[in-house]
Design a protein around this ligand. Structure first.
Ligand code: PLP
Length: 358
C-alpha cells in the first residue's frame, strides 16, 4: 500500500492528461504557453479571487509574495513554528526575521492568542519592523482567518496565507487561497492538487501586487521584455505542468469528496481507540485533507503496528522551526512552544488520497 497513490490517479485521467501533454508538444510553447494562462484563469475562478499567478513552486510563491510586499532586512514576519520548513525559509531568504508562534492545541494551526502575545512582546522589544503574519493551512485545514485577520488589522500587519496544503479547503464556503492580502499554494505532486513536477501559484485581489508578481517572476521585467526595472526571479510554471493541472483541476472537486469520505471512515474506525486523537475540523470549515494526521502518546507503538500490516505512516513534523539548526541564533530562553513541541512528539499521518480502497 502506498502513502499517496499518484499512479491510481494517473490511470484514471490518463487519456485526458496524455492528450493535453501532446497538445503542448505539438505547439511547442513550453514557457508561458497558452495552457499557463488558461490554467491561471480557471484557478482564479475556482478560488474566487481576481488574480491567480502561477510560478515554479510553492516556496517561490511565498518568496514572490514577500518580495511584492517589499519585506526584507530589518523586518519581521510572524509564522507558526509547527509547519513545513519552506514557510519560515522564505521569510529568512528575503532577509527578514521569522518570529515563531505556538500552535493551537485543537486545530494544530497558528494559535491566535499566542500570536497576539508575541506581537505585543515584539512591539515592546522594538528590534524589528513588524510587517506581516504568515498563517499556514496545516494538513489541509484553513487557519482561523476570521480571528487572524482581526489581529492583523488591529496591529497594522499584512496577512499571507500559505495554502500549500489548504488548497481545496474552505471556511463558510470561502475557499483557501482567498484569505489575507496574498495567498500562495504548491502543486508539488503530493499536495492536494499536484502536478508531475514542481509548480506553485500566488492569489490576490490586489491589482498592484498582481502586476508586481508578474514582473518579479520574469526577472523583474518592465513592459518591454528587455528592460528590467527591478530585481526578480526566474520562476514560471512549465506549460506542460499547466496542461496536466488543467485536467486535474477539473476533476479536483470529485477527488475532494473521495478524500472527505476517506477521512470520515478513518474518524469512525479510529474513534474506538481512546489514546488516539483524530483531526478536528471546526464548524463551517472544510479540510482538503492534505494529510490525515492523528495524535497519540503511543506513537511509536502504533506506527510499528501499522508497519507490520504494510501500511506506511509518516511524521509531519518531527522538528519545529524554533528547533532547526539554521534558526539557532533566533532562540531565546524565555520563548516556549509547549503545544508545537507536544505535537512534534505525538502526531503522525496515515495514507490519504482520492483512491483509497476499503
Ligand atoms: C509544500 C509546502 C510548501 C512549499 O512548496 P514547494 O512547492 O515544495 O516549494 C510551503 N509551505 C507548506 C506549508 C508546504 O506544505
Amino acid at each position: 500500500m502506498q502513502f499517496i497513490d499518484l499512479q491510481a490517479q494517473y490511470k484514471h485521467l490518463k487519456s485526458k492528461i496524455d492528450a493535453r501533454i501532446q497538445t503542448v508538444l505539438d505547439h511547442g510553447k513550453y514557457i508561458l504557453g497558452p495552457e499557463v494562462f488558461e490554467f491561471e484563469e480557471k484557478l482564479a475562478d475556482y478560488v474566487g479571487v481576481k488574480h491567480a499567478i502561477s510560478c515554479a513552486n510553492g516556496t517561490d510563491a511565498l518568496q514572490l509574495a514577500l518580495m511584492a510586499m517589499k519585506i526584507g532586512p530589518g523586518d519581521a514576519v510572524f509564522c507558526p513554528t509547527f509547519t513545513f520548513f519552506a514557510s519560515a525559509e522564505a521569510i529568512a531568504f528575503v532577509g527578514a526575521t521569522p518570529i515563531f508562534v505556538d500552535s493551537d492545541e485543537v486545530t494544530y494551526n497558528i494559535c491566535p492568542q499566542d500570536l497576539e502575545k508575541r506581537i505585543v512582546a515584539a512591539q515592546e522589544n522594538g528590534k524589528y519592523n513588524l510587517k506581516a503574519i504568515m498563517a499556514v493551512d496545516l494538513f489541509g485545514l484553513p487557519a482561523s482567518y476570521l480571528q487572524i485577520q482581526k489581529i492583523a488589522d488591529q496591529y497594522n500587519l499584512l496577512l499571507i496565507e500559505d495554502a500549500a496544503q489548504g488548497f481545496g479547503g474552505s471556511i463558510n464556503g470561502q475557499k483557501a487561497g482567498s484569505f489575507g492580502n496574498i495567498a500562495t499554494t504548491s502543486f508539488f505532486p503530493a499536495k492536494p492538487l499536484g502536478c508531475y513536477g514542481d509548480g506553485g501559484a500566488i492569489f490576490t485581489n490586489n491589482d498592484n501586487y498582481a502586476q508586481l508578481i508578474k514582473s518579479l517572476r520574469v526577472h523583474g521585467k518592465g513592459t518591454n521584455k528587455y528592460d528590467n526595472i527591478r530585481i526578480g526571479m526566474n520562476s514560471r510554471l512549465d506549460t506542460i505542468q499547466a496542461a496536466i493541472l488543467l485536467e486535474k483541476l477539473s476533476f479536483f472537486p470529485d477527488e475532494l469528496i473521495a478524500r472527505q469520505n476517506a477521512a470520515e471512515k478513518y474518524n469512525k474506525e479510529l474513534s474506538m481507540y481512546n489514546d488516539i486523537v483524530t483531526p478536528y475540523v471546526p464548524k463551517g470549515y472544510a479540510s482538503s485533507w492534505a494529510q490525515y494526521t492523528i495524535k497519540s502518546d503511543n506513537r511509536d507503538s502504533y506506527r510499528n503496528k501499522y508497519k507490520e500490516k504494510g501500511i506506511p505512516t509518516v511524521i509531519y513534523y518531527e522538528t519545529c522551526m524554533h528547533q532547526q539548526t539554521v534558526f539557532k541564533d533566533l532562540r531565546n530562553n524565555s520563548d516556549n512552544f509547549p503545544c508545537a513541541e507536544d505535537l512534534s512528539k505525538s502526531v503522525f499521518s496515515l495514507p490519504m488520497h482520492g483512491y483509497l480502497d476499503k
